[in-house]
Ligand binder design. Sequence first.
Ligand code: PRX
Length: 651
Amino acid sequence: MSTDSGAFDDLLHEERRFSPPAEIADDAVLRDPSVYAEAASDREAFWAGWAAELDWFEPWSKVLEWDPPRAQWFIDGKLNVSHNCLDRHVEAGRGDRRALIWEGEPGDTRTYSYSELLEEVSRLANALRDLGVERGDRVTIYLPMIPEAAVAMLACTRIGAIHSVVFGGFSPESLADRNNDARAKVLITADGGWRRGAVVPLKANADEALQTSPTVENVVVVARGGALTEEVAAPMVDGRDHWYHELIAGAAPDCQPEVMDSEDTLFVLYTSGTTGKPKGVVHTTGGYLTQVYATTKSVFDLHDEDVYWCTADVGWITGHSYIVYGPLANCAQVVMYEGAPDTPDRGRFWELCQKYGVTIFYTAPTAIRAFMRWGDQWPGEYDLSSLRILGTVGEPINPEAWMWYHEVIGGERCPIVDTWWQTETGGIMITPLPGITETKPGTATRPFPGIEAKILDDDGNETRAGYLAITEPWPSMLRTVWGDDERFMQTYWSKWKDIYFAGDGAKLDSDDYFWILGRVDDVLNVAGHRIGTAEVESALVDHHAVVESAVVGKKHDIKGESIAAFVTLKEGIEGSEELVAELRQHVGTKIGAIAKPELIVLTADLPKTRSGKIMRRLLRDIAEGRAVGDTTTLADPAVVRRLQDEHEEEG
Ligand code: PRX
């Protein structure tokens, strides 16, 4: 991604503007624009105001201790996240309110009230304690999108265990790597889950991962239920594996929540970076909960009657912050859906919106582009008049997709919140406020009140086109990288002094709105999922036929980016279609299906500088069929011509 791409200059001249509709603005959680100035004049007081809306067992003595890049928020404050998401609502007389409204892909449904969720969380928390899980221990969660995923996360927080949720689409090897890096003691999984009418065999994957996960002592297995459990044989290993339903049936329904320090670790979530090894982003308790609580309430303008649906998977940060912790801390009514948007047909999301009367809908641009492609007839079949607020996250949204979302899904009446943030930021950072901000298609607009973002050049000078930087600490910021503080320092804090480097390029327009251009490092964003080029490269060179590979992103109409790999084979090995298919599958086996390259070009050479550095820019040009830029620094300029020929043969 280069920060000076001309195509984006056109976007900055976007003239279409959308003011908050009066019916939203008049009653919005945040409706007075002075909130920005107030928050800026005393950021600590602003965040402390939000923190005070949570339940604390003991108050904090100081809001912020900032010893860059170390931040501690709400020093000495004691709280428990599951207590804040469950008990306090039940104690306030709201136990019968719906907490989770779940639908499985085959159409089975379950609803949990806040009291029911509290009881199940408490039972599982007791069961985990019985399995020897103690405060600070790590628990891996590898589940489909079923209510038990939220139960498992909350049960960990109740006893002070640190969860590490691993997306169900990751391979056994990726799961084992994460188990080992975190030294997880327990794994919570399911026999399987439904995706596009097929079963994802999670327990079988887990069994494979467990062969190389020596720290995991016990496995809890959810019977996903219905036809699935009949279909998947999940042989249970005596003494190691336990059925979830048996454990909770045998556990006491009350569980005293652990009193946690504000800065105790809440969870670790692995995300891709610029090396072959994903990093465990560490989030802590008080600051994280405060920011996700505040942003859920104000960015989505959450009111009592709202029915809230975020279509992410709990395996990603969006699922953590905006399916589980933010909404439940707000006592929201949360819709959760297990499966794919096109099963049994392409109207499934809109059918769910109509059926449950969804009022707030939060999804990714890649999904919106797919819906657009599928055609207006699908949403057209359903009554979407309950929708009030629409959100997007995960990648830049092109104005065309934004307009389609606005017109076809939002009926031109729903504000769109384009929210920029990251696994590392924990919560939303740059976003419109639906009752205040005039939006323009394609921009995330302004930093949330209490957040200070700037665009800087390499030397740390302010500029209007450069790198996105966060210049002041925020409550839900990552605290370190699990087991690798050096990487934390290097990745985020070494570019400038005491300023957070987000890894994204951005521009400011004449309204001082932020336009996020995408990653400036070797991280790809494929259908809203982060994948490191180095991860895919190391999966490829792991194959016996491969000597070297270089992976780049290639523009994709729906996914935003897709993966293109240039691969050099060992001497004497003949390239063939079968081998290309095998390489693609090998990446799937090593990482997961989301990382499979769409394009693999077999090549005798890779373009390198005289110092041996692969020139990715040229590879991107070739992958996208563009005229190749400056090649004067190449060691062997003839390589590019050969590569172009090879690529054409592939195509
Ligand atoms: O490049 C930015 C992009 O997604 C990256 C963060 O990915 P991840 O940690 O997986 O978290 C995704 C969900 C929060 C960012 O560095 N990104 C996220 N939101 C936006 C975005 N790019 C443009 N606009 C957004 N709204």
